[in-house]
Design a binder for this molecule. Structure first.
Ligand code: SAM
Ligand code: SF4
Length: 474
């Protein structure tokens, strides 16, 4: 191992975050109700909002208008995005880290952290356990360390895809790891990754410099900010961004996220596939101010504002949040959640039901099993989906197509959600979850127009029930 790879920027990289400009926007006048309502109408027409327009929504402090923004987010969720929720699980591969992020349990100066990297055999064991629970989509998570270079990550990705367990298989592997150089992205892309996620943590330069030690890899704001641009230029056509809420003013961060989405979409013709909005959680061996500084109400506003501002981007709500909040926030436009998550390295084969804080990056708020979360979703009328069809058929930019192409959801997303849900119910669900699922499937089928596609779908659902045939996507 020759140490960390070089840090090569793309030649035309720009820092598109102007702190003073964004702060100025947030300090603008209180908007007139008509101004907010015009933007609400624009969102309902699925048109992305500019940074300036988003700031208008954020400047509004009139409870009635805020309720209208929430209501718009709910309407968009119900009528445009529908009731599908995509499920995934995080898989932490290693927590060695050369950085010293002030908020993270993996920071190099945390003496209490138990350091570990899964061997290939251990990785297989974790994957088999996740497959046995019914998962089909994973996100592999890494600290930043020379050991976790692009070749290593690519090997892990291949191992995950190769690991099978009965009907169980992982069909999509996403990555959350440090930003790479172009060559690194190419190596990882060749292994067949789905989304490459890099959270900027905070878009505010001064705060970024305060929480990320100078001279560390992560201390370079620009290298990280341009990480997704390099990924797109290197051919990773599916990227995700995010902010760690609690480091700086949440309104500023929402503008940063929208500015990032606008930048990517202007330059590469495609915005981020997903945005994540983790809030700071307690971490063992780390005392960091900012916990609790973004309240539940603030988080709901973050989600609703993003739902209105970036109509073609998936929104991910993780198990950092507790079950009650997740349930409530879902209606505001969330499209993906993790479930049955363990974030200790090797956590999925651990005997202990409680979280081992010295082995995890932070404490989780929702530790319910996948089956329990599935049951709640089904009882609340959501359609849980493990679909991975678009990415495997090369239909990239799937989230964009889902919402931009009329009829796409009906033609592909709902049928694929139903086939993957049926697989889950037949192969993994508890009797109670299966009952809830069968009820929902009947309702969804009733809502589909009669015709050859519905007939074909019904045939495929019956095949999954009666045979070993799986993975029957449209
Ligand atoms: N090491 C890579 C990096 O920093 O980009 C990979 C991701 S890190 C393991 C995953 C994410 O967890 C970070 O980007 C950060 O947003 C989040 N995170 C770190 N500490 C956290 C905490 N105390 N509470 C909640 N989320 C945290
Ligand atoms: Fe390392 Fe990532 Fe944690 Fe920072 S957030 S200490 S880079 S694992």
């Amino acid at each position: 191992m020759s140490g960390l790879p070089s840090m090569k920027m793309n030649p035309d990289a720009v820092d598109f975050i102007d702190d003073a400009y964004l702060t100025g926007l947030l300090n603008g006048p209180r908007p007139e109700p008509a101004e907010v309502r015009d933007l609400v109408a624009k969102s309902l027409a699925k048109q992305p909002l500019t940074v300036e327009e988003t700031s208008v929504l954020l400047r509004s402090d009139d409870p009635e208008l805020i309720e209208e923004i929430y209501q718009t987010a709910r309407t968009l969720k119900e009528t445009v995005y529908g009731n599908r929720i995509v499920l995934f699980a995080p898989l932490y591969v290693g927590n060695d880290c050369v950085n010293d992020c002030a908020y993270c349990g993996f920071q190099r100066s945390n003496r209490l952290a138990v350091r570990r990297t899964l061997t290939e055999a251990e990785l297989r064991e974790q994957v088999m356990k996740l497959e046995a629970a019914g998962h089909k989509r994973l996100i592999l998570v890494f600290g930043e360390h020379p050991r976790y270079d692009a070749d290593f990550i690519a090997r892990q990705v291949r191992t995950v895809y190769e690991t099978r367990n009965g009907h169980g298989e992982i069909r999509r592997v996403n990555i959350n790891a440090a930003p790479m150089d172009p060559e690194g992205y190419r190596i990882i892309k060749a292994a067949g990754i789905g989304t490459y996620q890099i959270f900027q943590e905070t878009y505010h330069h001064e705060t970024y410099a305060r929480v990320h030690t100078a001279g560390t890899r992560k201390g370079d704001y620009g290298y990280r900010l341009n990480g997704l641009s390099r990924a797109l230029e290197a051919g990773c056509d599916d990227v995700g961004t995010g902010v760690l809420f609690g480091l700086y003013d949440w309104r500023f961060e929402v503008l940063g996220l929208v500015a990032h989405a606008v930048h990517l979409s202007d330059r590469y013709g495609v915005g981020p596939h997903t945005i994540s909005f983790p809030r700071l959680r307690p971490a063992c061996g780390v005392s960091f101010p900012g916990l609790g500084s973004v309240g539940d109400g603030d988080l709901k506003r973050v989600i609703a504002t993003l739902r209105l501002a970036v109509p073609y981007t998936g929104l991910i709500l993780t198990a950092r949040e507790n079950a009650a909040l997740r349930r409530e926030a879902m209606s505001l436009g969330v499209s993906q959640i993790d479930a049955g998550s363990r974030i200790e390295i090797g956590g999925y084969t651990q005997e202990e039901a409680t979280q081992l804080m010295d082995r995890e990056q932070f404490e989780l708020g929702d530790t319910r099993s996948l089956d329990t979360v599935m049951r709640e979703l089904l009882q609340d009328g959501y359609l849980p989906s493990f679909c991975t069809a678009c990415y495997r058929l090369g239909r990239t930019g799937e989230h964009f197509m889902e919402f931009a192409i009329p009829g796409f959801i009906k033609r592909y997303c709902t049928p694929n959600a139903l086939t993957t849900l049926t697989e889950y119910l037949v192969d993994y669900a508890s009797p109670e979850t299966r009952r809830a699922g069968e009820g929902l499937i009947r309702k969804e089928l009733d809502r589909l127009d009669p015709g050859p596609q519905k007939t074909e779908l019904e045939k495929r659902l019956a095949r999954i029930e009666k045979t070993d045939d799986r993975d029957l996507y449209f």
